[in-house]
Ligand binder design. Structure first.
Ligand code: DAH
Length: 345
């Protein structure tokens, strides 16, 4: 009986497992303390017949040693584990993770917005999927104007019998002008940054989507001189205080008179170089006085109010500031290209 019990406990002790101090101590108490199971066997040992005492005594001692060693082993293993865990210095600062960078177009857009915000312009927004009315008709485009042509504009539905035939992806942010004017009476002083779409083959110099910022100021007695001053401030803030501007007559359906603005070449300062094709000037935006037809189409009395508008391409200005040669770089998300703008933050 006693021998069986000893064997049974031996088998148990061999399998003992514990991975924290409390559990190990509990095992020690269970087997080796004065009231433990092994001590209980020593009590029973008194009743063993003299001829068996030697054998049972030996086995009992073996069991006790086994249990003592096993508990010591568990303690040792636990200590080693703990030591290993302590090797990790939890107070060490984490290694710096890779941080992202602002996209160059976002950097430039923000810079442009800030310059106009300092002159009292607030931001307005409009839909990218627009109707023909707001993109063309209310902006005084003739019904047969070539910009409506399939070559330039993405139509959402090309089925001529469909009522959604006049839904397009906006081809310029001037559409936000009409959205704002039809719901707001002057004074209006807004800029509208946004993405625009044109049905163009993707090359280094053209893309089927790009970004524009539209400006609009409508109030009583707004003149061309006001427009010129706002644009001069803009150019000098963006390209430096030495920058000069030049306005050349041009044509847009929604402005009269219309102009294109050049700035003195940022590479040669206006002396003439290969970048500006020896003219000393680089074109940066279109502008003009809002055509009275546009004001009337939007419900603004053109006898009382006048205003100016301008529109610029964010990619164009980013190219001029950072000399990016290929427009496709802006949408390829190559981190080597994006990383180059880290210092510009
Ligand atoms: N919408 C024109 C374009 O996409 C840019 C433009 C020119 C906007 C003259 C204007 C403006 O507001 O007055 O090419």
């Amino acid at each position: 009986m006693l021998l069986e019990k000893i064997e049974e406990l031996k088998a148990q002790v061999k399998e003992l497992k514990a991975n924290n101090e409390e559990a190990i101590e509990a095992l020690r108490i269970k087997y080796l303390s004065k009231k433990g199971e092994i001590s209980a066997l020593f009590n029973d040992f008194r009743d063993v017949s003299p001829d068996q005492k030697r054998e049972v005594g030996q086995k009992l001692n073996e069991l006790k040693n086994l249990a003592t060693n096993k508990i010591a082993e568990l303690k040792e293993a636990f200590k080693a584990c703990e030591k290993e865990a302590n090797k990790i210095d939890i107070t060490r600062p984490a290694s710096p993770g890779e941080v992202g960078t602002r996209h160059p177009l976002s950097l430039v857009r923000k810079e442009i917005i800030d310059i106009f915000a300092r002159q009292g312009f607030t931001i307005a927004d409009g839909p990218e999927v627009e109707d023909d009315q707001h993109v063309f008709t209310m902006l005084n485009f003739a019904a047969d104007h070539p910009a409506r042509d399939m070559q330039d504009t993405f139509f959402v539905n090309t089925d001529a019998s469909d009522v959604t035939r006049n839904i397009v992806l906006r081809s310029h942010t001037s559409s936000v002008q009409t959205r704002v004017m039809e719901r707001t009476q002057p004074p209006i002083r807004i800029i509208c940054p946004g993405r625009v779409y044109r049905n163009e083959a993707i090359t280094a110099r053209a893309h089927c989507f790009f970004h524009q910022i539209e400006g609009l100021y409508i109030d009583k007695g707004v003149s061309f001189a006001d427009l010129k001053q706002v644009l001069l401030y803009f150019a000098q803030e963006l390209f430096g205080p030495e920058t000069k501007i030049r306005l050349r007559p041009s044509y847009f359906p929604f402005t009269e008179p219309s102009a294109e603005m050049d700035v003195s070449c940022m590479l040669c300062g206006g002396k003439g170089c290969s970048f500006c094709k020896n003219t000393g000037w680089v074109e940066i935006l279109g502008c003009g006085m809002v055509d009275p037809n546009v004001l009337e189409a939007c419900g603004i009395d053109s006898k009382v109010y006048s205003g100016y508008a301008f529109g610029l391409g964010v990619e164009r200005i980013t190219n001029l500031k950072y000399m990016v040669k290929d427009l496709r770089m802006f949408s390829e998300n190559d981190v080597r290209f994006l990383d180059e703008f880290k210092a510009s933050h």
